[in-house]
Ligand binder design. Sequence first.
Ligand code: MF3
Ligand code: CO
Length: 249
Amino acid sequence: MIIIKSPREVGLIRESARVVALVFDRLEPLIKPGVSTQFLNDEAEKIIRGEGAIPSELGYYGYPASICASVNETILHGIPSEKKILKDGDIVTIDLCATKAGYVGDAARTFPVGICGERALRMIAIAKEAFENAVALVKPGVHLGDVSHAIEETAKKYGCSVVKDYTGHGIGRSMHEDPYIPCYGRPGTGPILKEGMTICIEPMILEHRPEVKVLKDGWTVVAKDGGLTSHHENTLAVTKDGYEILSKL
Ligand code: MF3
Ligand code: CO
């Protein structure tokens, strides 16, 4: 069931999503060769709590940290660790959620570490472009299949793949609600967007093959072929004639 939010509820999600955007803004200068993903986790948690919010991922289905920090071939749910030290040329995806006043905001960005090569920078750009192409279609009356299709087409244009086993989603009192928004789809299919829906569009891009595997820790999702990965996600509200990105400052 897709829950339509009142303007007041959209306002509460906007505030939680702003906290997430603030974390990216403050974390970006700290993302350098030599820092651990645990350090980034701890800084993020301080910022979230400083804003009167809660790191929603902590304890979510038993997830053991406040952010996901996924490096290079890790596409999702990288668990922060003191042992995971960022190196020059890595790319790291920070994916996090904040809950304030009972409503969740969610976003993800892939950041370069130090000086990155073309190959890594290209992955970051493709995830962003896929997001831009998908979100540009969002307005009442549009099928979500159109939005999903735009993600897949952007990936394909660059010879990349999209994740099939994980999707974007509705958001509100829960981190994940209907509708689910795959990174692939057929135009003219799927739920129809309406004003007051709050959704997360999140292209998850693989450099080569689409297959992923989950590591023994039960969380870390990696590209089976070891290629690079990237991810770009925002929380947005469907408005009367388009959309508003909520996870921004
Ligand atoms: N924030 C992720 C998303 O984009 C979900 C993280 S799952 C968790 O939907 F277990 F790590 F919290
Ligand atoms: Co999400």
